[in-house]
Design a protein around this ligand. Structure first.
Ligand SMILES: Cc1cc2nc3c(=O)[nH]c(=O)nc-3n(C[C@H](O)[C@H](O)[C@H](O)COP(=O)(O)OP(=O)(O)OC[C@H]3O[C@@H](n4cnc5c(N)ncnc54)[C@H](O)[C@@H]3O)c2cc1C
Length: 444
């Protein structure tokens, strides 16, 4: 453990903290001694992944632990379907591994994570611990693919858990907000490597809302970005192909122009213009949405799912029952038009299958994720306030890594297994070694 080298801030820059100490253990034994040493001195401990949560999930004034030196694949066990054929593998991965490093490692082994978010800088444990998801009406989020994990608890014990062994710890810790201990490794069910054919095209919001559930099922992984103050959306549909499909990736030049230049460099200039002259934002959004032309390409799954995001923004995202989503978007559109707020950043609309992860936003129901964003230099408060009101009226559940105002008192009645997770926490961490400002907000 070393004295802190100064303040810590998250990716978006909306959360800062002053850790008293920092530690970067490289073995499980070192993780355990960091935890016991901190607990003996009465300090709290928080493990940080890549610091990409918009909530203060990873912030601490105690000991900030990074697992950047605990990375890579530990072991692989092939798995078989009911008919005996190999259907993938359970891959044990050290918890600090970044998702963008895991994709190529798995590909070389003929494997892939079944689904991913739109960005891959996160650590595996950080992404899973907040319920990170991608899109796909038939595919749940990342925590549902976890089949085992190893946890260092508050007294320094090392606990391995699965559905069969310590099942209640497993169910709580596979989406545990870092509140139960430090996850040192996770076993993730992976599928045979696959390619994705991506089809992107401009569309209208009205067309998508006319049959939103049909849209969700129109491809394996369907989503759209809606540009507020306009009726324009940009649709993305990814279709799964075998891993040996002929790849036709975006050319390096097109990638530079489209993903790097238009999506990042020019986009930042556009957002700064909207910040200086908010009244221009509707016109800017019309132009931006038209600049994104249709394109089709085929590439390795992890390359298609995620893309770089260098324009900083703040974000709130709720999961609403898929059947309510069209009404929610209609209400959101009307509220934005009424409010006079402006935003140059699109609303992202994605879908997920129901899962059985205790604190999951998709626990027991198919959901539509609706994410509102604001450019980091623009005020998000009024926009997120009324958006959250609309999401809550539809029984929405907040993404644990994205901004929201829900407290333990609000969440307890809304989440079937909330009290079960609290009971596991009371048992494993009675002195709240792993508490921070965020767990104080969302857990009792
Ligand atoms: C640009 C951008 C794009 C994003 N895209 C998506 C997306 O497509 N889909 C989506 O669902 N979300 C998305 N997110 C949200 C993001 O995936 C989550 O907030 C995720 O938690 C960030 O991972 P991280 O490694 O940065 O974790 P951090 O933010 O560092 O930590 C998150 C939580 O995990 C805990 N934690 C981290 N490591 C461990 C460990 N080893 N043991 C126990 N607890 C641990 C921390 O204590 C904290 O509570 C995005 C965020 C950004 C900034």
């Amino acid at each position: 453990m070393s004295a802190s080298t100064g303040p810590w801030r998250n990716w978006a820059g909306n959360v800062t903290a002053n850790p008293a100490e920092r530690a970067a253990p490289a073995t499980v034994a070192e993780v355990a001694s960091v935890v016991t040493a901190a607990a003996e001195r009465g300090r709290t401990v928080k493990c940080v992944g890549a610091g990409h949560s918009f909530t203060p999930a990873a912030a601490t004034d105690g000991v900030l632990v990074s697992l950047d030196d605990l990375t890579g694949i530990e072991s692989i066990v092939p798995t078989r379907a009911a008919d005996g054929t190999v259907d993938g593998a359970d891959v044990t991965v050290w918890a600090g591994t970044r998702l963008h490093r895991l994709g190529p490692l798995l590909w070389d082994l003929g494997l892939a994570q079944p689904n991913l978010g739109d960005f891959a800088e996160q650590s595996l444990a950080g992404a899973v611990s907040t319920g990170t998801h991608g899109t796909g009406a038939g595919f749940p989020g990342l925590p549902a693919t976890v089949v085992g994990l190893q946890l260092v608890t508050a007294d320094g014990s090392v606990l391995s858990c699965t559905r069969e062994s310590h099942p209640e710890v497993f169910e709580s810790a596979r989406l545990g907000l870092g509140a139960l201990g430090i996850i040192t490794k996770m076993t993730v069910h992976c599928v045979p490597a696959f390619a994705l054919r991506a089809e992107e095209q401009p569309w209208t919001l009205d067309a998508a809302l006319a049959d939103l559930e049909g849209f969700a099922r129109s491809a394996d992984h369907a989503e759209f970005f809606w540009f507020p103050h306009t009726g324009n959306i940009n649709v993305k549909r990814n279709t799964r192909l075998p891993g040996d499909a002929v790849l036709a990736p975006v050319s390096r030049l097109r990638e530079l122009v489209s993903d790097e230049f238009l999506s990042n460099e020019v986009y930042d200039v556009v957002c700064r213009a909207a910040t200086r002259r908010p009244a221009l934002t509707p016109r800017i959004n019309r132009l931006t949405s038209r600049a994104l032309s249709a394109r089709t390409f085929t590439d390795r799954s992890y390359r298609v799912f995620a893309s770089p995001r260098r324009v900083r923004f703040t974000e709130m995202e709720y999961a609403v029952p898929v059947g309510c989503a069209a009404d929610v978007l209609t209400d959101l559109r009307a509220a934005i038009d009424r409010s006079g707020i402006v935003t140059p950043i699109p609303v992202e609309v994605r879908f997920s299958a129901a899962d059985d992860v205790w604190l999951s936003t998709a626990y027991g129901r198919d959901v539509c994720y609706i994410a509102v964003h604001q450019y980091h230099a623009m005020d998000h408060r009024e926009y997120f306030r009324f958006a959250e009101e609309i999401f809550l009226a539809a029984d929405g559940r907040p993404h644990w890594g994205k901004m929201h105002t829900r407290t333990a008192a609000d969440l307890a009645p809304a989440l079937e297994h909330f009290d079960d997770v609290v009971a596991v926490r009371d048992r494993l961490d009675p002195d709240r070694v792993f508490a921070n400002e965020y767990t104080d907000q969302v857990l009792p």
